[in-house]
Every structure is written in C-alpha cells, then in structure tokens.
Design a protein around this ligand. Structure first.
Ligand code: AR6
Length: 231
C-alpha cells in the first residue's frame, strides 16, 4: 500500500527531508510523520473577501485555544505561496503568542498535493466550501472537488445537503478517491465561512461584528471536527 509507505516518509515542518539525508535520526522523524495533521486554508479571505487583519487575529486566537487539546496532532495553515499576505500575518501573530511551532505552522503549497509535491503528510484537509456543498466555483473548493473526483461529492451528499455560515461537516473520503490514494487524505472537512462578497449568497455587507463571530464559529467547528477524528 503506497499510502502507508508515504506515511512513514520522514518530513520536517516547512523543510521537506532530502532523499540523501538518511540515517538514525530518520527513525525518530518517521514517528513524527505519523502524526495526525489537519491542513486548512484561510477561510473566507479570497473569494469571500474577508478582511485579512481580522481573519489573521481569529485564526491565531482559535489555534491558540485548540493547540493544547491536540495531543500528538497538529494544525497547518496552507496557502499557495509562502509570501501570501495571510500566511505572513498569521506567522507574525503566532510568533508573538509563543504557540508551539511543532503543533501549528504555516506551509506553502497546493492543498491537493501537499504530500506528493511538498513532502508534508496531512491525513485531513479542510475545504472553504459554498453553502450548497457543490463542486466548482473557484479557489480551494474547485481544486479539492476536482482532485477528489465524484467520490467526494457523493460522500458529502450522503451526509448533508447544505451548510450554514460558521459550520463544518466532516466527510470520510472513500478509499477509491484519487486524493486518498495519491495523497493519503482520509477526511475532508467542509467549512462555510462568512461572506463579504456582494456577488455571493448571504453577503454580510461589511458587518464585521457578525462576520468575526461567524468566522470564529467556523474555525471552532473545523477544529472540533478534527478533534472528533482523534478520539
Ligand atoms: N491550495 C491551497 N490554498 C488555496 C488553494 C489551493 N489549491 N486555492 C486557494 N487557496 P477561497 P473563500 C487559498 O477563495 O474566500 C469558492 O468558489 C486562497 O489563497 O478558496 O472562503 C467556494 O465555492 C485563500 O487564502 O475561499 C465558495 O463560494 C484561501 O485558500 C467561495 O469560493 C481561501 O480562498 C469561498 O471563498
């Protein structure tokens, strides 16, 4: 089973292990790579146009609250480039809070190829979904549904038909899905964040009192969903 082999491949956060560095240390690092990992994108900050300063505060605060509950597991905020504004803001704010950097860190890469291209094994990924849980649109939602194939849409629809802003749903990925086979992803957690884009449904018209509350609920539901898989 190639996904099992991948789980044993040694990696370091933000610094994928080079092939040539084999040795005794690998045994220790290989255990680290068995760690349950949730990779999540910054919810609502691209297509849904949520303010990045406010979003980064909420990410860091909710991560800080959940890190002590993680046990051996870890959380990884992902975006397409290392220079992304949201990754930079979160890194700076997390550093000030002395959050354990082995339990939470940022990572640059496409969320659908973190293992094969980035050397970061994540068994759970979060999706910044739309309320109808439909493929397409753009951003991370389009990428995840496309890479996972029809299996994800079917498994999702068997659970729920829609999401309210601020909520999340954990969907086990069938082992026939290419994302499972190739990347070792066993679960997708769909999250619906607050929307500030007038072109999309349920726009909050810049109401950041409500928006911040809903984004906080969204991350809380996401991290609780991930914790439920660790039990
Ligand atoms: N890998 C990693 N990060 C990504 C990827 C990727 N493949 N693609 C985008 N990001 P967005 P939202 C980052 O727009 O704002 C969809 O159409 C991106 O840079 O995906 O919650 C849905 O159907 C940003 O940091 O989600 C909804 O209608 C983050 O992922 C709507 O967009 C989230 O950007 C949701 O909008």
């Amino acid at each position: 089973d190639s996904s099992l082999e991948r789980e044993q491949m040694p990696i370091l956060p933000n610094a994928p292990q080079k092939e040539e560095s084999k040795g005794k240390e690998d045994a220790v690092q290989a255990i680290d790579n068995d760690v349950c990992t949730l990779a999540f994108p910054s919810i609502s900050t691209a297509d849904f146009q949520f303010n990045l300063e406010k979003a980064s505060d909420i990410i860091v605060e909710t991560v800080e609250e959940f890190v002590p509950k993680l046990g051996n597991a870890r959380l990884v905020l992902v975006d397409l480039t290392y220079e992304s504004k949201i990754l930079s803001l979160v890194r700076a704010k997390a550093a000030k809070k002395s959050i354990d950097s082995s339990k939470f860190f940022t990572f640059a890469g496409n969320i659908i190829e973190l293992s094969t291209k980035g050397g970061l094994n994540c068994n759970v990924i979060a999706n910044a979904a739309n309320w109808r849980l439909k493929p397409g649109g753009g951003g991370v939602n389009a990428a995840i549904f496309k890479a996972a194939g029809a299996d994800l849409e079917k498994a999702t629809n068997e659970r729920v038909k829609s999401l309210l802003p601020g909520s999340a749903v954990v969907v086990p990925l069938p082992s026939t899905s290419p994302l499972y086979n190739r990347e070792g992803i066993t679960h997708v957690i769909h999250v619906l964040g607050p929307n500030m884009n007038p072109q999309r449904p349920n726009c909050l018209n810049n109401d950041y009192n409500k928006g911040c509350m809903v984004l906080r609920q969204a991350y809380t539901s996401l991290f609780e969903g991930f914790l439920s898989l660790l039990k």
